[in-house]
Design a protein around this ligand. Structure first.
Ligand code: AMP
Ligand code: GLY
Length: 423
């Protein structure tokens, strides 16, 4: 098979690494890819959200399966365009992708499907929203409806912060159209975990639990990022709870979309919070998480191409997923300044040395390959990922490997996994 991966982050490097191991693979292409994917397949300079260019590429390279890394192309209709070409896409059509592309869609679907989630209200009118927040107690969560690069959620500690968030979104329109409509919801308290499932429109197969670290600073302080590290499993969601949790947060959504004639094929990602009243869904994503994908794929023993084909062909029911018992940890090495301004073009050394431990793999994210040198080319630069007999062993291997890698302005959190150790 000829396979095209769309995207350019650490998630896509780990997908390329895993797909490369499949005996079903003939040629691997990545659009646009990064310094890491360049060593596994052919990078093609096409943007992940340029659907017409992706379709041209699919025809030219005779692609048999497209794997969507990020959400934007799915929200923009990549799977629908591929469907017209009769090419399978691992990732849902634009209707179901609204689960991630529109918080309003997602909240109403959760309500209809009776999925536990925070109480909410939707506002299209700024003055009505303002009136509402004046009467609420705090903290309170204000969310832009559309995609806002992970910046569209504000946890307002008081009325002033909520007012500012509303003004930014609805009047100043800092997120453009994404903030024309807002969701205002109750602030939940508890520990978070990510729970992902392969879905074929009707059946699903669960991946183990994982936990992301969204804040830039240690002990979960400072601004939100795309994710500074992750590990799997997350002790807050142990294996014996997977089935019952899936019945609450995965099955109702898959069933509902199937009944609507919009079957969900791909990865359904439930962002969960474990509150005093039980588990609640914070959000759905319609793709692998980044960096959760990296530690998760290190634990998958099955041929991922076979599983993906079972999803797109609607025959997942008979499939099982072989998962290693090991724990895995991924620590993101970022460029200092991220998620604000940061430098690019610094030389990275030590990757080979870091990978001298056979249980360590370094996935590249914001990198590019130039004259045989790997250069920094983004905020999240690398995802050092390790397997271990337990969380402590995996953390130890991961940090030892991370310390062998050097580039100017290297920054990492030293506490990835600590929350799990405390459990
Ligand atoms: P979302 O994009 O909806 O997942 O929101 C991003 C992050 O904001 C989540 O991972 C949570 O840390 C936080 N968050 C979102 N909704 C809530 C809520 N209702 N209560 C508390 N925290 C929330
Ligand atoms: N790591 C969180 C996400 O991919 O959305």
């Amino acid at each position: 098979m000829n396979i095209l991966i769309v995207g350019s982050g650490g998630r896509e490097h780990s997908l390329a690494w895993k797909i490369k191991q499949s005996p079903l693979l003939k040629n691997l292409y990545i659009a646009p890819g990064n310094g890491g994917t360049a060593t596994l397949g052919t990078n093609i300079d096409v943007d992940a959200d340029d659907i017409p260019a992706i379709i041209r590429l699919v025809r030219e390279k005779e692609i048999n399966l497209v794997v969507a890394g990020p959400e934007l192309p799915l929200v923009l209709g990549l799977a629908d365009a591929l469907d017209r070409e009769k090419i399978p896409c691992f990732g849902p059509g634009s209707y179901a992708a609204q689960l991630e592309g529109s918080k309003v869609f997602s909240k109403f679907l959760m309500e209809k499907a009776e999925v536990p989630t925070a109480a909410f209200k939707v506002f299209e009118d700024y003055h009505q929203a303002l009136d509402y927040i004046n009467k609420q107690t705090y903290p309170l969560v204000v969310k832009a409806d559309g995609l806002a690069a992970g910046k569209g959620v504000i946890i307002a500690q008081n009325r002033e912060e909520a007012k500012e968030a509303l003004h930014d979104m609805m009047v100043k329109q800092v997120f453009g159209k994404a903030g024309e409509i807002v969701v205002i919801e109750e602030a939940l308290q508890g520990e978070e975990a990510s729970f992902l499932a392969f879905c074929d429109g009707h059946d699903f197969v669960l991946l183990p639990s994982s936990q992301d670290h969204k804040r830039i600073g240690e002990n979960d302080t400072g601004p939100n990022t795309g994710g500074m590290g992750a590990y799997s499993p997350a002790p807050i969601l142990p294996a014996e709870k997977y089935e019952e949790t899936a019945e609450l947060v995965i099955r109702p959504i898959i069933q509902h979309l199937e009944e609507m004639g919009r079957p969900f094929k791909g990865i359904l990602y439930a962002g969960l919070m474990f509150t005093a009243e039980g588990v609640k869904v914070l959000e759905y994503n319609v793709r692998f998480g980044d960096p959760e994908c990296q530690p998760l794929l290190m634990r998958v023993e099955s041929d991922i191409v076979e599983v993906m084909m079972a999803c797109v062909e609607g025959r997942l029911g008979k499939t099982t997923l072989d998962i290693r018992q090991d724990t895995s940890v991924c620590v993101v090495l970022a460029a200092d300044g991220y998620p604000g301004k940061y430098a690019k073009g610094n030389v990275i050394t030590g990757i080979e040395d870091a990978e001298s431990d056979p249980k360590v793999k370094v996935f590249q994210a914001g990198t590019k390959l130039e004259n045989d040198q790997i250069l920094t080319n983004g905020g999240r630069v690398l995802g050092v990922t390790a397997l271990g007999n337990d969380l402590e062993d995996a953390m130890d291997r991961c940090y030892k490997a991370a310390d062998k890698i050097n580039f100017a302005d290297k920054y990492m959190r030293r506490d990835i996994g600590q929350k799990g150790l405390k459990k």
